[in-house]
Design a protein around this ligand. Structure first.
Ligand code: NAP
Length: 320
């Protein structure tokens, strides 16, 4: 009897899941959320080096699909570079697929996955965990009835604290400071009424790296309201993941990455939900059961556009 058969029994109707890429986010969020989910049972893992305790583990998705136990779905938690091959392999094998943010290394590769999933009759869920933060739905509802006059996004965190040793993040295709920054863009594209567009920006890339360590981007809404995006990976001391929005009839602030909401300076009481990642797995299960996909490319498109129009600066070398 395997550990799975002994200790992780399949609940009626639960989807059998394979997880691919066992690193920080898989261990911090995915594995606990899957373990607590009535909708999924972890059946198998694939990672080049890492293994999941008490779970059959393989060193590639190909080996997992060929020699692992049967599964219905795959959750991909690797960095964005190389996700495309993994997602294509899972879809070709008829598996439903959930992808960590950012959904891929380029806009075109993710757009192509949508067609592949549709043709294969499987669900593709490009997840945006920050959209599941406690204050985001309430912020969207409050803003929906108002005219936005401006917004300022400040996302400043210490790469050494939150991404220790993750050299991939500052390599080409790793998104650099846009790796956390895309979380802010996933929130603003969900809460601000109208389309958001990039106008200009400055992107700072360390001399010994290929992706940005800081960025200052100017955007605008379709009603011409200005929106600023300031990203910094070298923030020590207090960290900030804040979005401030002004409207013709009051102001709104989302802080701590969307967890806390202030209207006209007064903190709002929010329903304590299950948490971002449990909500993602609930959503994935309901998409699979209703035969739908959910892929919103707007945050990724905005990052690509920021790279297109921004002036690049070289800054002092960075080491962890
Ligand atoms: P990580 O700690 O580096 O883990 C990713 C794992 O993927 C690695 O441990 C590695 O395990 C595997 N992998 C496969 N191909 C790889 C490659 N080419 N380069 C590096 N690792 C590779 O990264 P993470 O923080 O978990 O981030 C993974 C994804 O989750 C990213 O897209 C990130 O934006 C997202 N995310 C991260 C956080 C966070 O707080 N860290 C929060 C939300 C979302 P093997 O060596 O065993 O293959």
């Amino acid at each position: 009897m395997t550990a799975i058969e002994a200790g992780n029994s399949l609940q009626p109707g639960a989807l059998r899941l394979g997880i691919v890429g066992v690193g920080k986010i898989a261990r911090d969020q995915h594995l606990p959320s899957i373990a607590a989910s009535p909708d999924f049972t972890l059946a198998v893992a694939a990672s080049r080096h890492a293994k999941v305790e008490d779970c059959p583990s393989f060193d590639s998705i190909e080996a997992m699909l060929a020699d692992g136990p049967p599964i219905d779905a795959v959750s991909i938690c690797t960095p964005p570079g190389g996700r495309d091959r993994i997602a294509r392999t899972a879809i070709a094998a008829g598996k439903h697929v959930m992808i960590e943010k950012p959904p891929g290394a380029t806009v075109a590769e993710v757009a192509a996955l949508v067609g592949l999933a549709e043709a294969a009759g499987v669900t593709l869920f490009a997840s945006w965990h920050s959209r599941e933060a406690a204050g985001v739905d309430a912020a969207r509802n409050w803003l929906a009835k108002r005219i936005v006059t401006g917004a300022a996004i400040n996302w400043r965190e210490d790469i050494r604290v939150w991404h220790p040793g993750q050299d991939w993040i500052l390599a080409s295709g790793g998104f650099g400071v846009f790796d956390p920054g895309i979380n802010a863009l996933s929130i603003v594209t969900a809460i601000l009424p109208g389309d958001l567009m990039i106008d200009s920006g400055t992107i700072a890339v360390p001399e010994n790296r290929d992706s940005p360590i800081a960025a200052s981007i100017t955007m605008r809404l379709s009603n011409d309201a200005p929106v600023s995006l300031d990203l910094d990976f070298l923030q020590t001391g207090p960290q900030s993941w804040d979005i401030d929005v002004t409207t013709e009839t009051g102001s709104l602030k989302l802080s701590e990455g969307g967890k806390r909401l202030f209207i006209d300076g007064v903190e709002q009481s929010l329903e304590a939900g299950p948490g971002e990642y449990p909500r993602l797995y609930q959503l994935f299960a309901s998409l699979v059961r209703s035969g739908q996909s959910d892929v919103d490319l707007r945050p990724l498109q905005l990052v690509a556009d920021a790279f297109l129009v921004s002036r690049q600066q070289r800054t002092t070398p960075f080491t962890f």
